[in-house]
Design a protein around this ligand. Structure first.
Ligand SMILES: Nc1ncnc2c1ncn2[C@@H]1O[C@H](COP(=O)(O)OP(=O)(O)OP(=O)(O)O)[C@@H](O)[C@H]1O
Ligand SMILES: [Mg+2]
Length: 375
């Protein structure tokens, strides 16, 4: 059978070299055009296929369904259609192997008869890639879940022994107040108590991170004045600020409305931010805390004039365990992760602005309390 040339020679050349299979069939569904892409995908040469029924390229279990589709498409109004939108399309190679494909079909009228052209792509590799990716994502999710479980179990079980050390060290110190103890025992007990407190704080941070990440952190919002929470956090950090010779200051306009937050959790957020401000300031530095009303939220800012964070590092500051090589890496690198997680648990957001040598500002928003009814 004579191969019918396509009318447009440019289109024909492009079609011939396309990596996709391009196949034309006449109204009897005999192949009239079979390009290089089709040869590569199906393994047949053009000469072997021209004039043969299209069915030789379709797995036999799909012949009946395919016949039905072709008949329906021949009568349909539309002249082009994507195949396999609702179900997968398969092709069969010369060696008998079947492969998943993506195909589009177009109908042209030639001499009063319907002829069809099919553009088909072998998607075996793409599907394999998607499948492998999905498996990888599943594996990663499982690994992260296992690690988080482990983290919370270990941290939970560490609390009891650490508490025992804390209690016993305190007991020794109390004994020392009442009666004379051997030399150094009091000093050692004080160091033990301090070390156990640090461990306790770290365990609490680890537990908070795993709670926040698994969505188990519950907050209990109540209407409260943000100034009270800022004062509470400042009081906790005053000894640290004094020791590092950093001045804390607060400004809150009287117009700032009540906020709707879990007081303990927002004090925890503020403590994390203020302690960073102190830690990453030079001696004689300043940390300023302010609040302002902003539409339906209250925005709180903690600003320091400390070492600052280079722009390249800013995207990482909220990553857990991340610490800049430029700072002294005391702590665990969890403070900002937890602070932002807690703010998000309140429906707020947290962001950071910083410039090396100028200082850092961390801002966050919390919802304002519903206005109380006038008496
Ligand atoms: N105010 C700041 N000024 C300069 N660098 C900061 C500031 N706040 C945070 N950083 C940088 O971001 C890192 C992460 O801060 P984050 O509070 O999460 O952890 P940390 O302070 O190192 O330890 P942790 O808070 O767990 O005790 C810090 O190690 C520091 O390098
Ligand atoms: Mg910190």
């Amino acid at each position: 059978m004579q191969k019918k040339p396509l009318p447009d020679s440019v289109v024909r050349r492009a079609a011939a070299i396309s990596a996709d299979a391009i196949i034309c069939v006449d109204h009897r569904r005999l192949v009239t055009f079979f390009n290089h892409g089709a040869e590569a995908i199906f393994g047949w040469t053009e000469a072997e296929v021209i004039g043969q029924p299209l069915d030789m390229l379709i797995p036999s279990q799909f012949h009946a369904a395919h016949d039905k589709h072709m008949v329906a498409f021949a009568k349909a109004k539309e002249t082009a259609r994507l195949m396999g939108q609702r179900r997968e399309v398969f092709g069969v190679r010369k060696d008998g192997t079947q492969f998943p494909a993506e195909a589009a079909i177009a109908r042209v009228e030639l001499g009063g008869n319907n002829a069809f052209s099919v553009v088909l792509r072998d998607v075996t590799e793409r599907l394999r890639f998607i499948q492998e990716n999905a498996e990888l994502v599943d594996d990663l999710r499982a690994a992260v879940a296992a690690r988080d479980d482990m983290l919370s179990i270990v941290s939970h079980d560490l609390r009891n022994p650490v508490n025992a050390v804390k209690m016993l060290a305190s007991a020794i110190l109390r004994t020392g107040e009442a009666e004379a103890l051997p030399a150094d025992v009091g000093d050692h007990a004080a160091v033990m108590l301090q070390a156990a407190r640090q461990m306790d704080a770290l365990i609490q941070d680890l537990l908070d991170v795993s709670k926040l990440e698994s969505g188990r952190m519950a907050v209990d919002p109540q209407p409260v004045q943000i100034g009270e929470l800022i004062d509470a956090a400042s009081r906790i950090l005053e000894p640290m600020a004094d020791a590092m010779d950093v001045a804390l200051s607060v400004s809150i306009p009287a117009s700032v409305p009540l906020v709707d937050v879990d007081a303990d959790r927002i004090v925890q957020v503020l403590s994390n931010l203020i302690s960073n401000g102190i830690k990453y300031s030079a001696e004689g530095g300043k940390v300023h805390i302010s609040a302002a009303s902003d539409e339906d939220v209250v925005r709180i800012s903690v600003e320091d004039a400390g070492v600052g964070i280079p722009e390249s590092e800013l995207p990482r500051v909220f990553d857990r365990f991340w610490q800049s090589k430029r700072t002294n890496r005391s702590g665990a690198g969890l403070g900002l992760t937890i602070a932002r997680g807690l703010v998000r648990a309140h429906g707020g957001r947290m962001w950071i602005e910083s410039a090396v040598g100028t200082g850092t500002s961390v801002h966050f928003t919390v919802p304002r309390a519903a206005p109380t009814r006038r008496r």
